[in-house]
Design a protein around this ligand. Structure first.
Ligand SMILES: [Mn+2]
Length: 305
């Protein structure tokens, strides 16, 4: 019999539907194990790895003074989708639309970054009313020639008609991107915040500023948390992570602040390759980001009541 303490509820129980009697709202959890990457790996195993890590996390956020269990987790299970991003587009988009009908926010467990494009479409609004905030060391603006891949979801969204000024990218890093794509981001009027700017200004002020600068016409925002935004020391499971990235503390703060904004109604956690993880440290970090987004959401829903 594994050890259980009734005074220490595990986040894994929350995933199974265990929640507080006093409920503020709900979140839909969707597994989207897309695995069609530039560097082939095992991102398809990430939803299971993050869920397993939740067994070692509690639901209580001592910093925010609130429990994730004030939000009911509606587990929507795995989206059945094809191997290629083109084949996954409709199923993932529909799963987010369904999730948002049932819950106050939808959280997608990737999978690779290719899930971000259908997730934005799943906001269910014309793209000019949609916003995208990425926490990522990379632009993900690679060419669309050769088809969809995990390195070009932002290009694909621009091509679909998402205005560049509705996109903010936090954590863009040196030697992880090219001048051609930095120039493209500037031409498209994407709000780019580099990694050094985050370290100099602080993640809280950057997230607040980015949300304030979203155009007034943006009604719903998708938050793409590419876990490779972390410093590679903290994210052995993310092949895209580089030295000099965010600490788990900074990414957790960012996720919490995003959850607090009423326009932010969906989130994805992507680019974790559990086969490369060490001591589950990347999966544990990702689990804490998910929970911090939910406690942000809980505070937001509580203050609206
Ligand atoms: Mn990315």
């Amino acid at each position: 019999m594994p050890y259980e303490d009734p005074n220490w509820p595990r986040a894994s129980k929350w995933l199974e539907g265990s929640c507080s009697e006093l409920l503020l709202g709900s979140v839909a959890l969707i597994d989207a194990p897309l695995n069609w990457s530039i560097s082939p790996g095992s991102c398809d195993k990430a939803p299971a790895a993050v869920r397993a890590a939740m067994h070692r996390l509690s639901t209580f956020d001592i910093e925010a003074g609130i429990d994730a269990a004030f939000v009911n987790c509606i587990d929507m299970g795995v989206v059945q989708h094809g191997e290629r991003p083109e084949d996954a587009f409709d199923p993932i988009k529909q799963s987010v639309i369904e999730g948002l009908k049932k819950a106050d926010a939808a959280i997608l467990l990737g999978g690779d970054n290719g899930i971000t494009r259908p997730a934005v479409h799943g906001l269910g609004l014309p793209l000019e009313k949609c916003g995208l905030v990425t926490l990522d060391q990379h632009f993900d603006l690679r060419t669309l020639e050769g088809g969809l891949i995990n390195g070009n979801p932002v290009s694909a969204l621009l091509d679909d008609g998402l205005p560049g000024h509705n996109i903010a990218q936090i954590g863009i890093s040196s030697f992880a991107n090219s001048k051609a794509y930095a120039d493209l981001a500037r031409r498209e009027q994407i709000n780019v915040v580099t990694m050094d700017t985050v370290h100099e200004m602080g993640i809280e002020s950057i997230v607040s500023e980015v949300l304030e600068m979203m155009p007034a016409g943006v009604e719903a925002i998708h938050f793409d948390l590419d876990v490779d935004v972390l410093d590679s020391a903290f994210a052995p499971a993310c092949p895209g992570a580089r030295p000099g990235g965010l600490t788990p503390h900074q990414a957790r703060k960012a996720a919490h602040l995003m959850g607090l904004d009423p326009r932010v109604i969906s989130m994805d956690l992507v680019e974790i390759d559990p086969d490369k993880d060490i001591g589950d440290r990347t999966a544990l970090a990702a689990g804490s980001f998910l929970l911090s987004f939910v406690t942000g959401l809980a505070l937001r829903l509580g203050s609206a009541q």
